[in-house]
Ligand binder design. Structure first.
Ligand code: ADE
Length: 308
């Protein structure tokens, strides 16, 4: 069907029936633990008819976790099944749902999450602020621009499917061995076809990613592709500071009060005016005034080509 994701959208269940035989998985070690779940590195035998086992990541609930945790994992799987493969979105490889525990099998991203990766790449001399050195082992401004552009491309794909991610942040972007960034963690995401509206009204309060949230999400519980664009702006800021915590020095209530009064984070040191301008557009008060992810991909391409 070509590059246009909408061509794949017709019957996602038909093209993505990926129930995988559990006995063809050998679990190796825990990669990460969250509140309710864990991710385990594993080898999967026979993916797509291949002879060689494939290294994968298996997302599952922890022993003795609640019915809610299992529900959340199944919801995340449901979302992932709607997403046709894209290089900048973590790919669903399969799942084991016939018996418990449920496994969601996704592609393995050897460099882990972008937040940890960026923090590890900080120079030893200056660990508080991004100190980008021209050193092959460290990240170049070009790498950082590329990460941001890739995240925008992944989100443009997600947004084209009318899926609102609701938790875009560098901790939820994975990075593979070729330094390709992949949007991950669809645990909080919602399909706007669930409602009749472009915007999703949140009904229950869980733990919220306050520092990444748009004002309309913080104050009115409204989520949309445009609130994902706000979070993208915060994620850009994280990349350019090598993953400092947004609104440094401000407590959540202080941050919210400042936001209400129109305060925005200042330009990171290693960021040019043009890139800061893009970030600021993501933080427009009126969601309609923010760019789309398609706009962002184009704006970032302009910046990258000009820098060459
Ligand atoms: N941590 C969480 N998900 C992961 C993945 N797919 N690959 C590597 N590390 C991970």
């Amino acid at each position: 069907p070509g590059d246009d994701p909408s061509n794949y959208y017709q019957e996602p269940d038909l093209i993505r029936d990926l129930e995988f035989p559990r006995d063809k998985l050998s679990l190796e070690r825990v990669l990460g633990r969250g509140n309710f779940g864990q991710v385990i590195k594993a080898k999967a035998q026979g993916v797509g008819g291949a002879d060689k086992p494939m290294t994968v990541a298996v997302k599952t609930t922890k022993d003795g976790s609640s019915a809610d945790a299992k529900d959340d994992l199944l919801k995340e799987l449901k979302m992932m099944k709607l997403i046709p493969p894209h290089p900048n979105v973590v790919m669903l490889i399969g799942y084991c749902t016939k018996t418990e525990p449920v496994y969601v099998i996704v592609e393995y991203c050897a460099l882990g999450n972008l937040q940890n990766f960026l923090r590890k790449c900080r120079s030893k001399r200056d660990s508080t602020y991004a100190n980008i050195q021209v050193d092959e082992r460290l990240l170049t401004p070009r790498d950082l621009a590329s990460f941001i552009w890739q995240i925008a491309r992944g989100m443009a794909h997600v947004a084209s499917l009318k899926i609102v991610h609701r938790d875009l942040a560098s901790r939820n972007v994975l990075i593979d061995k070729n330094k390709v960034c992949k949007i991950s963690d669809f645990g909080l995401s919602r399909d706007v076809y669930d409602t009749d509206n472009e915007e999703y009204e949140q009904k229950t309060q869980g733990r919220l990613p306050l520092r990444w949230m748009a004002p309309e999400s913080l104050f009115d519980h409204v989520y949309s592709v445009k609130s994902d664009v706000w979070s993208f702006g915060i994620t850009m800021w994280e990349v350019l500071t090598l993953a400092c915590t947004p609104y440094p020095g401000l407590s959540p209530p202080a941050m919210m009060e400042r936001l209400r009064n129109g305060f925005r984070m200042s330009k990171p040191v290693h960021c040019n005016e043009e890139v800061y301008d893009i970030m600021r557009k993501c933080w427009e008060d009126d969601p309609e005034d923010r760019p789309t992810f398609i706009d962002l991909v184009r704006l970032l391409e302009d910046v990258i080509t000009k820098a060459e």
